[in-house]
Design a protein around this ligand. Sequence first.
Ligand code: PGA
Ligand code: ZN
Length: 420
Amino acid sequence: TITSLNALEILDSRSRPTLKVKLTLDGRTRAEAQVPSGASTGTREAVELRDGDQTRFSGMGVLKAVRNITGPIANAVIGKSFGTIGELDRTLIDLDGTENKAELGANAILGVSMAFTRALAVSQGKELFEVLPTIGSQIPRLPVPCFNVLNGGVHAANRLDFQEFMICPVGMPTIAKAVQAGSEIYAVLKKQLAAAGHPVGLGDEGGFAPDITQPEEVLDALVTAIEAAGYTPRREGVAIAMDPASSEFRTSEGYYLVAEKRFSSDQMIARYEKMVDDYPIWLLEDGLAENDWDGWQRLTQRLGDRIELVGDDIFCTNPAIISRGIQKGVANASLIKLNQIGSVSETLDAQRTCAAANYRQFMSHRSGETPDTFIADLAVATGCGHLKAGAPARGERVAKYNRLMEISAEHPELPYGLGY
Ligand code: PGA
Ligand code: ZN
């Protein structure tokens, strides 16, 4: 039985307000959760409720969401027992009554959903990952960490159009060795960028933000850093992943790249194909924009057999949109972000939809984060095989990677790696 529910406005890693939720079961089992927030958001994401009061945090305050939790949500759940996460989520979704959680706020609903899930674990004396379900035939495992070491797009103040360049230690034997590889390569990259005269300030996810404009130049730098750190830059060693987040630079006339002007969808595809030929790229997320479904189909036909093509903005962790993507042959994987859909059980539904069609699931943080490590446990439990939580630096990013190492240390029976 839920006996208390509270919420508080706190700051995220980008200094924007977000929610902390505290929940008690049976007067003694306490749990809490903190809600993440994106910057390059998909248009079909569930609604993040902001106050819009320009006198506070430029309108970004979340006091309305706090009041929705302490008011209507608390009224609906206090004194009630919910046997499963799905039962609680269904109550919150019905109370909200909209398609996109616009009434109560996806941030409010998700915070309560996450805190309740944690409370279930605590009440059973279990770890969070032990009470979350497996997905399809995927078994619990430590995911490959995809470290975002170089930032551009809306996450950095440089002129690089592509948002994320990640190094993924696919071929390491354990999560601890993978984290070590990420950290060592990050350190070498920093020295290398500094030696080339680039400033080594950081973007929102902790990766360096040099003023490089050509993505190929970044890929060259990554390959050099991987080798200089003593690792092998290839798909079976330390692989490279990219998230151009291309919805951010697409207009009705095409994809606008600062250094080269306009690209059609097919020109973007040809460029990606060349990159896959020339570099150890194994994963491309949001290579094309959320409204470019035809381009996405052609991209999938061209590269779907060679690399993992992840839909983020185009799918928004929404089971219905993912299903349409599967029908249309768009992508072969979906990004998984709790706050895009706004509850734990719907996130699990999105993963089940993927697994049933043999689409991969790439677990993800947001660019605005907190020390909350829920996604680490979720990635382990669902066996999705890979997770991105930013650079191997900054507290809110390393919290997730450190949690994975902790789970691994306490459960040495869990395998590490993609599992596919
Ligand atoms: P966001 O970026 O959290 O700012 O949306 C992450 C991503 O695009 O994957
Ligand atoms: Zn993305």
